[in-house]
Design a protein around this ligand. Structure first.
Ligand code: ZN
Length: 272
């Protein structure tokens, strides 16, 4: 499932194709993904020029000179195919630029979404209204987490997954960051010192940036016709590595399943 680094990598991969380009063709090939495409998507975007691309949480943002931003989410299985030779069954939205570049949003499970929203008013987009700060932005600090966690007995892992506290963190990167910061996933959030929360913020940034960098290097392999943006392999510290050696202390990594989601951690160095 695409997490923040995959979305960031996707946006960076789309930028050279779309930035400054005119959308000569906008073609939804079905009515919906997780929810309906905007009924006037084709009408509002055809002929528009893309003025910029960015990311908010796990959403990609494509701004246009019409004052509309196209907001896409990759759901469970979404990816953009760049200059595909031929369209496939699960290519649900096709864009073509004025110079003949072609992009296809490919999403077999259709948990993704595409919306249009006024660029000047993005903060009111429903999914953005209650979002916490970006983990790679200046808004996330140990002091901010200390204040947010005050008196909270919920486990630190659950609090980091709460999008109202930090935007865009998913299960994989929370497991990775807690291991790097040597904090137990079950630790009550309100009982972690400022010193350790500062270390946690550094760890969050470090695991995300390493993944984005890995995606960037994989992306070069995708810079060819039929390339796909959205996935890359990554060597995790603890995620998916039950029984293997913790990279910090070499003790075996443990896994605990809870509500369809697994926690991977090292009980030896993630004690407190
Ligand atoms: Zn360890």
């Amino acid at each position: 499932m695409p997490e923040l680094p995959e979305v960031e990598t996707t946006v960076r991969g789309l930028r050279p194709v779309l930035e400054g380009a005119r959308l000569a063709l906008v073609e939804p090939r079905r009515a919906d993904l997780r929810r309906a495409f905007p009924v006037d998507l084709r009408q509002r975007l055809t002929g528009a020029t893309v003025t910029g691309l960015s990311r908010r949480a796990k959403y990609g943002l494509i701004d246009t000179d019409r004052g509309d931003t196209m907001i896409f989410h990759l759901g469970m299985s979404g990816r953009w195919r760049v200059d595909p030779g031929e369209l496939l069954a699960h290519d649900h939205l096709v864009l073509e630029t004025g110079v003949g570049r072609r992009l296809a949003l490919h999403d077999p499970r259709r948990f993704g979404s595409v919306d249009l929203w006024p660029t000047a008013d993005l903060a009111t987009f429903p999914a953005f209204r209650a979002l916490g700060p970006e983990p790679l932005g200046l808004g996330l600090t140990g002091a901010m987490l200390l204040a947010a966690f005050q008196g909270r007995r919920a486990p630190i892992k659950a609090m980091l997954l709460d999008q109202r506290i930090v935007a865009g963190l998913g299960n994989i990167y929370v497991c990775e960051a807690l291991n790097l910061a040597r904090i137990a996933p079950s630790r009550a959030a309100g009982r972690i010192s400022l010193f350790r929360l500062d270390r946690l913020v550094d760890a969050v940034r470090s695991v995300l940036l390493a993944a984005i960098e890995a995606g960037g290097s994989t992306l070069r392999d995708y810079a060819r016709p039929d390339g796909e943006l959205g996935y890359f392999s990554k060597q995790w510290r603890v995620y998916g590595r039950e029984g293997e050696a913790c990279p910090a202390c070499a003790s075996p990594v443990r896994r605990r399943a809870e509500g369809g989601r697994s926690t991977f951690w090292c009980p030896a160095c993630q004690r407190g």
